[in-house]
Ligand binder design. Structure first.
Ligand code: SAM
Length: 291
């Protein structure tokens, strides 16, 4: 077995050999610690009878470990300069497909048809480019892909917001959006020192287990997410205040109060104290009123 890509020495050698310069704008912070990668893959629950979809292979640090652990790896890399490097660093593996494309522009139906026709479950595993963590995850979740889970390295602060429960300062519309589709857990906190170059912020591994169905029944998803967002518009204001302001052209004050009564929610509460079921009850009621 050849030496792992994810060591400071080998990474430097590869970067020098190709005269590669990092593009900050693409969130290029490469992992240089094999143990962290093995831990990430362990947290993802990847085994030889599973396929992995990776976003942003870089010079192949995680891709290599996934190739060893999984049946097959399909990896999307936006930076064309990395393709010839990856062909070289990953040449020992015959179960990797590299796609030189922006993940946000991926045609997943085509990807599944082309690469994931076998019966193996597909999991997403990545060290995400931090500048687009939320758009990538929301797009993957809303596309309703036939995946079982997503396990990703990302900024610690954002991971904590995604996994937060009510009555914490991290809890907000992002927590609800992510947890509507998945069960979210922060699996480990990762120091800056395992990256090259080192990012400014700490990182964490977030594991998202896809739900078969949402945990609450929502009549109109768009309206539900809009109400959730409005409830957190000004975090220090009451629910009554935020919602009256947001729906001022659509709902009269007494209608808003009826909604609170129906949902058994005190209007003086703040958005951060409501659980997902309470938001759903309010949204379903108001949606009926607006119709
Ligand atoms: N997986 C490698 C590792 O762990 O060392 C690299 C991770 S680095 C944080 C993020 C990678 O995502 C970079 O290689 C970057 O070029 C790539 N990337 C950035 N934006 C992307 C996009 N929209 N689609 C696909 N890849 C992207």
């Amino acid at each position: 077995e050849q030496k792992a890509i994810a060591t400071p020495k080998r990474t430097k050698e590869i970067l020098e050999k190709y005269g590669f310069s990092f593009k900050k704008s693409l969130g290029q912070n490469f992992l240089i610690d094999v143990n962290i990668l093995k831990n990430l893959i362990h947290n993802a629950g990847i085994t030889k009878d599973m396929n992995a979809l990776e976003i942003g292979p870089g010079i192949g640090a995680l891709t290599e470990q996934l190739a060893i652990a999984a049946n097959k790896v399909v990896a999307f890399e936006i930076d064309g300069r990395l393709l010839p490097i990856l062909e070289d660093t990953l040449q020992a593996y015959d179960n990797i497909e590299l796609i030189n494309k922006d993940i946000l522009k991926a045609d997943f139906e085509e990807i599944w048809e082309q690469y994931f026709q076998d019966a193996n479950p597909v999991k997403i595993v990545a060290n995400l480019p931090y500048y687009i963590t939320t758009p990538i995850l929301m797009q993957l979740l809303m596309a309703n892909l036939p995946i079982s889970s997503i396990t990703v390295m990302m900024q610690k602060e954002v991971a904590e917001r995604m996994a937060a429960t009510e009555n914490t300062k991290e809890y907000g519309s992002l927590s609800i959006a992510i947890q509507y589709y998945t069960e979210a857990r922060v699996k480990m906190v990762v120091p800056k020192t395992v990256f090259m170059p080192q990012p400014r912020v700490d990182s964490a591994v977030l594991h998202l287990e896809k739900r078969a169905t949402p945990p609450v029944t929502v009549e109109d998803e768009e309206f539900f997410f809009q109400l959730v967002q409005a409830s957190f518009q000004q975090r220090r204001k009451t629910l009554r205040n935020n919602l009256s302001r947001h729906f001022k052209d659509k709902l009269a004050k007494p209608q808003i109060e009826e909604g609170f009564e129906h949902a058994e929610i005190n209007g003086t509460r703040r958005g951060e104290s409501l659980n997902m079921q309470e938001f759903a009850t309010l949204a379903n009621y108001f949606k009926q009123q607006i119709k």
